[in-house]
Design a protein around this ligand. Structure first.
Ligand SMILES: [Zn+2]
Length: 118
């Protein structure tokens, strides 16, 4: 009988403890996922700027997007795709020789912002 009582005490005191701390959580990371397959593509740390229709990033998570550098157009632009589901995300822009800054210009409706708590 004593043993059962100990178990009851143990279970009633474990779990569900820190529920009230929820409002103190901070979002450590903001990540962008593919709107079609949910694959993690971009970190908000790599965000450059945005306009009405797109967001630009310096770099994606490695091996998550794909583009063909052999098919750059005159503006150094080539279509950018999700590597997992092949959805067209926007355009990859290779920097010119002076800035050498590559950009991933992603349509806003191709990615979804996810806030990650640690
Ligand atoms: Zn995808």
């Amino acid at each position: 009988m004593k043993l059962i009582l100990i178990f009851v005490l143990f279970f009633s005191s474990s779990g569900c403890n820190n529920v009230d701390n929820k409002k103190n959580y901070s979002f450590d990371e903001e990540l962008y996922t593919c709107s079609k397959c949910g694959s993690f593509l971009y970190n908000s740390k790599d965000f450059l700027y945005e306009n009405e229709s797109s967001k630009d990033f310096k770099i994606s998570f490695s091996e998550k997007v794909t583009y063909d550098l052999n098919s750059l157009d005159k503006k150094n632009k080539t279509p950018l795709f999700c590597k997992i589901c092949n959805k067209k995300l926007g355009n990859f822009i290779k920097g010119d020789s002076t800035t050498n800054q590559e950009r991933h210009c992603v349509d806003k409706n191709s990615i979804i912002l996810k806030k990650i708590m640690k």
